[in-house]
Design a protein around this ligand. Sequence first.
Ligand code: GAP
Length: 445
Amino acid sequence: MPDQEAGDNAPVDPDLMDKVVGLCKRRGFVFQSAEIYGGFRSTYDYGPLGVNLLRNVKNAWWEAMVQRRDDVVGLDAAILSPPAVWEASGHLSNFTDPLVDCRQCHQRWRQDKIDGVCPNCGSTEFTEARAFNLMFKTHAGPLEDEGAVAYLRPETAQGMFINFANVLQTTRKKPPFGIAQVGKSFRNEITPQNFVFRTREFEQMEMEYFVPPEQADHWFEYWLGERFAWYLSLGIPESHLRLRHHQADELSHYSVATADVEFLFPWGWDELEGIANRTDFDLKAHSAASGERLEYYDQPSGERYVPYVIEPAAGATRTMMAFMLAAYGEDEVGGETRTVLRLHPRLAPYQVAVLPLSKKETLEPVARQVLTSLQPHFMCDYDVTQSIGKRYRRQDEVGTPWCVTVDFDTLDDGAVTVRDRDSTEQVRVPINGLVDELRRRMDRA
Ligand code: GAP
């Protein structure tokens, strides 16, 4: 695994961010939310392509973290929660950012992100820092009084801690075992920025891995390795990925050790995921506050203990953007420049596009039959408009790994042309072997 220094000199296209943001809008990956009303800052809607890509990122995570393991189970906990949860977890008192106002231009900033200089006007004069709690507060029910206060969760993790006893009882798991969850979290970020990198509403993919305390260091190292390998396996180049261990003064209130998986974004290295040793902080805190025993009782040995927790916590929306940035390329095909999104086939919004060569009545029914035969196996697009060259370019730009062209020869030989996005190589494949051929290609990717 590359450490902090590795990859520092990898080149970054200065226009990459603008190009990817432009592509997101133009092709329907991500839209500004409430755009027809002038947009709502820091909120985004995922369009027809973005929703597929984001779903594929979450599915790939779920497959690696839950489906392919017998020591991790899933959970989908509520987003709305009572103050007691956040009181016990420490978020009500500690989940704050230091907020300062520039005395010259009155812009508001996070003190720890500006190096003492106002990014807007260059002034170095600021108000005293004050702690700003990032949680969104609301009221459940018709009365807006203190008794009705509720919070939108700022992390999915607490759902796993407060359900620890439920899961233990119903699954009969024993440490080491994990509870995984994918879902929305909300933070009233002072400076949301960089498109979907830091937003107020976002999706997380988190897993709490409960271990005997003396094994915590081992499992911390284990999960650093697993999580780093996951990004590589889905196509992020090693030059754009590194691990950074937190200094003591950076650690969250619950952590004794944290390392971030960082990606080389256009603005520099930044976090994709944090892997933390949360010790027994959360289970003990909820146990003390609720009066419930949150511990593991090992019947054979008669031993009772509160497990430590190793937590790999990733952002789904942020990671989706990193996959797009890493996949974006421009090259020349047949003397023409093309934009190509070299997404891993498992992540691509569409795995296959079915393209009848012309709109002629004879081709469309066959093309539709091919489409119907592929749809149970792959997410497919179907496109009949414009020249075949233009349609290939359109599919390259959104990352479709394979185009299947139905032409007039198909009517005679029952075969189609399969074009590969990356090599642009085209081969003839019989329709009755098409699903197997594409499956083989998926498995090889
Ligand atoms: N349970 C631990 C936890 O929430 P975190 O480092 O605050 O840790 C985990 O968040 C991941 O969630 C981050 O690495 C990031 O990918 C994502 N994330 C956090 N805040 C975000 C935001 N405002 N917008 C988008 N993603 C965010």
